[in-house]
Design a protein around this ligand. Structure first.
Ligand code: GLC
Ligand code: GLC
Length: 814
């Protein structure tokens, strides 16, 4: 069954019933103020950091899963009946319901008893606030006396502490109310210089700020006593749980429409000017009041919304394609690009599956995410790279993550993942290819955020590379450390203590266990770094990197090949993992995809063999499984990978992140049909008709789809925040459609399905708009280019001479 449809023209996904199999969510905000919003108005907001600066409360492990949010109630003052236009929290059966998730906004509306109410939620650009733009229409034949209520539950800032430290938190909540605006100022009296506020554009009949006064004892958000009663009690929160709620009364004539704006904001004051008057404890509202006034004005709000749409038109306009496949088009043109911006902003921190209190910005993850968003926000990509590099350790190793608010690396989710440093090389290479901005290599960047330790970014890359050379194992392959890309292949962990974290527990020294995956990554990094060295005219150094890469490639051929596919690793006893010799886990996807992607075995049939084995043993209609056979029990020497029941997550789940590696490998091997076939199997839009099986949103990728060994094969989990977004975008745009930024210009090397007659694309690249028309003349992937009417040798489009900014490229394929 389908729960909605794509509105391609408006770039919206339209959900037509509220009871989706899982909450289908969207993100509000694109710079500093963010929110998550579900199709029933669930979710929460935060400023920059979902853990440290949480504005509204999210409740974990809730039943229903999606509960707590930006809830609006409508009350019929004549009958006393009340309901929520977003279905939750009252869950009245609506006469009509739609949720439109768009680019940075969500509109949820429904009709009940002849009253249509719809709310558009969005965060204006360059502001630290969100707007709930409510429109109520009386579709009855008689006048309607109504009250509308807007409500939010404040979080006491540190979301982790907020969810646990009740002995303190029940005594610290504080608010102020002035001119009907509710100011949440918990801890402002001491070291905080920020507060939240909730304002309403209409004249209010009352407010509440104490949760218990609003809900009533033993009640939840589905049945607030104050809404039932039809009157708020102007409660002032002291301790307990501060909320914000407003009531607006209105009488609507038949056909009449009224708009009410609720605005939730975050504000900071200079430390020396926190209070007004200075010696008081009253929040200084001088700088926030003009902001509040501006956004209580409907005209200004509409203008802000128009700007938001223009912003997204600009970002998405960087690459637009028209192919014979609608699913390719809508993912590339809209949703995949959009999801890449979400992973840029959130890394793996805040979704309905990432609590916002667990992980910050991952080193490995954020570097890979660059592949998907660098073309949209190059300046912010630059900043991200420098932030990441500044957390690198002097050894070249890396903290696995950092908090966005502090930008300092930490060990909260472990360290010593030996693949981490190389992703910095991959990320910087992507940035350089897109922008040509080599100045970034000379930026002075700290190690471990230590002042005085600054060295050029280029040196960080050199140390990344050396990190592996200094950590080779008995076969000459890279030592794996805590794990490589696969967080759960914990070969040095040997954990037998219940509940112990595989990510952070002390490991063995690890002088034996080796990773063939890191070897593949190293080979790729050697080529990228050599190209970067050449940009600095360090040709000899470049040769050195390539020589190391070739040596590693030989080692992989000798010690990393199992006959029909690449091995995965050697464990702490020096035994093979991912080999015919193994009882379980005989073949793994990572090395098949990544070694080929790094160019290993492309000339001699090895790559083709690896890809054939992948198709034979790992491919399913729902995507490519991580390994086979699944581990049927816990193996002390393998760690977390064998902790999952077969078919889930890293234990033989379809881990969508690594499927594109095989797509790219297929494209490199010249197999456009195979590459696009794999692409389509996990393409969310193509899976839309499988709604009840797939269950996650059909407009974004999920981290995982249950593998063949799971009872729920085909069911997706953990949508939104996954490397899947960037890698799929990269695979389809750069390797299948073949529109590939390189240091020397834009390469056009499509490897498309045989049955495609061609495609069109517009790509903005380094200030030039390339209008590409590709037509297939025959089978195969040979390319003949004509640029502005002139035939060009090879497939690299030269940068236009004479300052031209518009270039026509004709591509004949076959
Ligand atoms: C998660 C992590 C990522 C890791 C992957 C495989 O998606 O965010 O860093 O590579 O799992 O374990
Ligand atoms: C678990 C997950 C893995 C994730 C890691 C993050 O190991 O299986 O996917 O990357 O946690 O801490």
């Amino acid at each position: 069954m389908q729960y909605g449809y794509f509105d391609d023209v408006n770039r919206e996904y339209v959900i037509t019933r509220p009871d989706t199999p899982l909450p289908w969510i969207n993100y509000l905000g694109c710079q500093e103020y963010f929110g998550i919003i579900s199709n029933t108005a669930g979710g929460y907001s935060f400023y920059r950091d979902a853990r440290l600066r949480r504005i509204s409360r999210g409740r974990y492990n809730n039943v229903p899963f999606d509960f707590g949010g930006r809830y609006i109630y409508v009350r019929d003052e004549t009958s006393g009946e009340f309901w929520s236009p977003s279905w939750q929290p009252t869950r009245h059966e609506p006469e009509q319901y739609t949720c439109r998730h768009g680019m940075g906004y969500t509109t949820i509306g429904s009709k009940y008893r002849g009253i249509a109410a719809s709310t558009r939620y969005f965060v204006p650009l360059d502001e630290k606030l969100e707007i709930w733009q409510l429109t109520v229409t009386n579709e009855r034949l008689t006048p309607a006396a109504l009250s509308v209520f807007g409500s939010v539950e404040f979080c006491l800032w540190d979301a982790q502490d907020d969810a646990t430290n009740f002995q303190r938190n029940f005594s610290i909540g504080e608010v102020e109310i002035e001119d009907g605006v509710i100011y949440h100022k918990t801890e402002y009296r001491e070291r905080r210089d920020h507060f939240a506020w909730l304002a309403c554009s209409a004249e209010t009949a009352g407010f509440d700020t104490q949760r218990e006064a609003f809900l009533g004892p033993y009640r939840g958000w589905d049945k607030p006593a104050a809404v039932e009663r039809g009157a708020l009690s102007n409660s002032v929160a002291h301790g307990w749980s501060p909320i914000g709620a407003h009531q607006v009364r209105m009488v609507l004539a038949p056909g009449e429409t009224r708009q009410v704006l609720f605005v939730l904001g975050y504000h900071e004051n200079p430390v020396a000017e926190k209070f007004d008057p200075p010696e008081s404890q009253t929040v200084n509202k001088k700088t926030v009041k003009p902001v509040i006034a501006r956004y209580l004005d409907a005209v200004a709000v509409d203008a802000a919304f128009a700007r938001l749409r223009e912003y997204w038109d600009g970002l998405l306009g960087i690459l637009q394609v028209h192919t014979p496949d609608i699913h390719t088009d809508r993912m590339v043109n809209v949703w995949n690009a959009y999801q890449c911006m979400a992973t840029f902003n959130m890394s793996r921190s805040a979704s309905f599956y990432e609590s916002g209190i667990g992980r910050g910005l991952g080193f490995r993850d954020s570097n890979q995410d660059l592949l998907g968003f660098v073309q949209m926000v190059p300046a912010r990509a630059r900043e991200r790279i420098l932030d990441l590099a500044a957390t690198q350790l002097p050894t070249g190793g890396a903290y696995h993550q950092y908090q966005p608010l502090t930008k300092k690396g930490n060990n909260d989710v472990g360290g010593n993942f030996n693949d981490d440093p190389h992703w910095l090389i991959v990320g910087v290479a992507a940035y350089l290819k897109e922008t040509g901005d080599t100045s970034i290599l000379d930026e002075a960047v700290q190690y471990d955020n230590q002042p005085g330790s600054e060295q050029p970014l280029y040196e960080h890359l050199q140390r990344s590379f050396r990190y592996t050379l200094e950590r080779l194992g008995p076969h000459g392959l890279p030592l794996i450390g805590r794990a490589d890309w696969n967080d759960c292949l914990n070969l040095n962990c040997f954990s037998d203590t219940p509940g112990q974290s595989f990510q952070t527990t002390t490991n063995k020294e690890g002088k034996v266990a080796e990773s063939v995956f890191i070897a593949g990554l190293f080979v790729l990094a050697s080529k990228e770094l050599a190209d970067i060295a050449r940009l600095r005219s360090l040709d000899q150094e470049a040769e050195g990197y390539l020589a190391e890469g070739r040596r590693m490639e030989e080692t992989v051929r000798k010690h990393g090949w199992d006959g029909d596919w690449f091995l995965r690793a050697y464990d702490d006893f020096g035994s093979k993992i991912g080999s015919k010799e193994c009882a379980e886990g005989k073949i793994f996807i990572e090395t098949q995809g990544f070694c080929v992607l790094a160019g290993i075995g492309l000339g001699d049939g090895m790559a083709q063999k690896a890809l054939d084995s992948t198709r034979r043993y790992l491919a399913t209609p729902h995507g490519i499984i991580l390994q086979q056979p699944a581990y049927s029990r816990y193996y002390l020497n393998l760690g977390e990978i064998s902790s999952y029941p077969p078919g889930y997550k890293e234990n033989a789940g379809i881990f969508c992140h690594n499927n594109p590696w095989v797509m790219i490998a297929e494209a490199m091997a010249g197999n456009g049909d195979g590459a696009h076939d794999y692409y389509s199997r996990i393409n969310p839009s193509a899976r839309e008709p499988l709604g009840d099986l797939h269950r996650c949103e059909p407009y974004v990728y999920a981290q995982m789809i249950a593998g063949r060994d799971a009872p729920t094969h085909g069911e997706a989990k953990n949508s939104w925040l996954t490397g899947t977004a960037a890698w799929n975008f990269y695979a389809i745009t750069q390797w299948i459609l073949g529109i590939r930024p390189e240091h020397g210009g834009l390469r056009i090397a499509p490897v498309i399905p045989e049955r495609w007659s061609g495609f069109q694309a517009t790509r903005r690249f380094r200030g030039v708009t390339y209008r590409i028309e590709a037509a297939r003349r025959g089978p195969g992937n040979a390319v003949a280019l004509t640029v502005d009417g002139r035939a060009v040798d090879g497939n690299l489009v030269p940068l236009p001479a004479g300052g031209r900014t518009d270039v026509r490229v004709k591509v004949v394929i076959g």
